[in-house]
Design a protein around this ligand. Sequence first.
Ligand code: NAP
Ligand code: MG
Length: 402
Amino acid sequence: MDKIKMTTPLVEMDGDEMTRILWQMIKDELLLPFIELKTEYYDLGLIFRNETNDKVTLDSAEATLKYGVAVKCATITPNAERMGEYDLKEMWKSPNATIRAKLDGTVFRAPITVKGIEPMVKCWRGPVTIARHAYGDIYKNAELKAYGPGKAYLVFEAEDGTETRSLIHEFDGPGILQGVHNTEKSITSFAKACFNYALDTKQDLWFATKDTISKTYDHTFKDIFQEIFDNEYAEKFNCAGISYFYTLIDDAVARVMRDKGGFIWACKNYDGDVMSDMVSSAFGSLAMMTSVLVSPAGVYEYEAAHGTVQRHYYQHLKGLSTSTNSVATIFAWTGALRKRGELDKLTDLVNFADSLEAATLKTIESGKMTKDLALITTLEDVSTLNSRDFILAIRDQLLLEL
Ligand code: NAP
Ligand code: MG
């Protein structure tokens, strides 16, 4: 069989720990035998980020803007423990936050549903897709410690030198402070990305913030969404038979648990971060969720929503067997390859991505799966496979599909 050819390189962002191991296995067993894989490789593993003073992360984001499609492995966001473990020069920022700050945009996270893995929320009949704003808020904050009594102000200095200030708090002892921001431009592109995605996928769109408490900040999100909806999308939604609905974040959380699913839930950056973990876990596993960043410039970055699966990696280092689910990382690759194929008009590449996804789902449906799924499946006659054997089982199925 001739290998499938590519014309434009994918931006490949390698990562850390267990997902780095899976990354290589996926390439070796599921991609390289079938595709003349063309990638521009960036090593976002923590060791190389540290060596390059994190320049490699910025370079990979620049390359994404240049080529249009990237695929990213999970990476460590350093904390105090990692400083010692990796002998870091600095507590480098989260690569995802750096990349998202550069690309802007919205992260769409949809559960990967498969027969035999039923959602824990019994009323969910369709997927719940999270649309997470990928710019600003606490991910681009400025923080301070107040070391003793004093007054803290929020100050805006306009270009013409005029100043607006508002008292945050008068401290009578030590405390902490945080400043966050967002821009009308980014919120506008977030809103449009959500409305377009809802139209593309013919699903209702929900949006929720805490506008009753945050009367300027969150309320601006609400207003921008409403204005854009009324002016540009109300008609189109009507024709498509879908709806846009705004409510308070607490109300949304409660409603999601009673709804039948099959809608998109637009979330501010932090809400989307935590809610996507809740939603994916409720659909079975952190590893059963796709994640793609869609930027207003029309570039796409595909990734898994879960982390580097540190606990499994330490087992792997001890020579113990692991059963780590590679589905989200496989779907990051298929998402990126499909998009590359669509942009470059390479039907073979698009078809390959479809076949690999089908093979992955059929493997699970045939009872071969990793431990996270084996523990919750409704299927009988299940074999729990280790990380490598699961990928090899997918390869056997893929050979039947092609
Ligand atoms: P995690 O890697 O998401 O794993 C947390 C737990 O969830 C695992 O211990 C495992 O549970 C389960 N799990 C997650 N993915 C799984 C998979 N593919 N297959 C089977 N089980 C899976 O989160 P973490 O351990 O808290 O974080 C590790 C590192 O990842 C951190 O350094 C963090 O900074 C980084 N992180 C990166 C990203 C990203 O790059 N997108 C996102 C989040 C976190 P059991 O142990 O019970 O088996
Ligand atoms: Mg998260």
